[in-house]
Design a protein around this ligand. Structure first.
Ligand code: SF4
Length: 261
């Protein structure tokens, strides 16, 4: 890769707020950090062209935090979704949440209020969290968890986000998750599950089975908007089962190993 192209990539990631990246197929432990020339550090070699955005991993930066991520996002127009939104929906919840829910993207209500999961699907999610935790004897309510989406701006006509939009905005999601470092993540629906797990398997196959994003357990389940459809009663029961597993894994005291669930 020539230096101009390299500079272009590094500037792009710096604008996302990424201070260091690993490039190529090396492991995180063995790779050397690469910083922009503006930071006065020459790129280390060998430098392979980034063949896909997903090959460039964020470093867990110990001085990162949610406020800084939001500041780095600014009045973001880094992908085409920025053009049609009203409000960026960054995420909300407890900043020390042990459980994070990740959905696909904001809908109309969320776009208007700037908050995730506040429409009908959001109300169902709240009922699911509060109701399941209550029945299972766990003193957990929605404000105790953190909720965000893969893309932070509403896609037009609520369409599924495009892969490049998820790649770009996903960098902010990854930073949120690295800062929060929850005990588990629950992905809501196929899009969020694919964004984190980079899989081709459908949600009906993946749901209810523990996966991992980096070293964090991930439980994929259905998106609440899917559960709102009247003919999906089975899916509703399955989603409740998935949620029960996650809540017990995260909040049972004393903590039990993942293999128990
Ligand atoms: S969806 Fe994400 S990357 Fe795209 S404009 Fe909105 S905040 Fe920026």
């Amino acid at each position: 890769m020539d230096r101009a192209t390299l500079r272009h990539y590094l500037t792009f990631y710096r604008d996302l707020g990424v201070k260091s990246v690993f490039v190529g197929g090396e492991t995180e432990e063995s790779a050397s950090p690469v910083e922009t020339e503006e930071h006065g550090v020459e790129p280390t070699n060998p430098l392979e062209p980034p063949q896909a955005f997903s090959r460039v991993d964020l470093v867990d930066s110990s001085d990162d935090n949610l406020e800084r991520i939001r500041q780095d996002m600014g009045d973001c127009k880094r992908c085409r979704l920025g053009a049609g939104r009203n409000k960026i929906v960054f995420g909300s919840g407890h900043v020390e949440a042990r459980l994070v829910f990740v959905g696909e993207g904001p809908g109309a209500d969320e776009d208007e209020q700037g908050l995730p999961f506040v429409g009908r699907a959001g109300q169902l999610l709240t009922q699911m969290i509060d109701g399941t935790a209550g029945k299972e004897g766990l003193a957990i309510r929605r404000p105790d968890v953190y909720i965000c989406n893969v893309v932070k701006c509403r896609p037009p006509e609520n369409r599924t986000p495009e892969p490049d939009e998820m790649e770009i905005c996903g960098q902010f999601l990854f930073r949120q998750l690295m800062v929060l470092r929850p005990r588990a993540i629950c992905t809501l629906g196929a899009t969020a599950t694919k964004a984190l797990l980079d899989t081709r398997e459908g949600i009906t196959k993946l749901r209810g089975r523990w996966q991992k994003w980096r070293d964090i357990p991930v439980m994929p389940t259905y998106h609440p908007s899917y559960l709102l459809r009247p003919y999906n009663q089975n899916a509703k029961r399955e989603a409740w089962e998935d949620l029960k597993k996650v809540l017990h894994y995260v909040y049972d005291e004393p903590a039990r190993p993942l293999s128990d669930f």
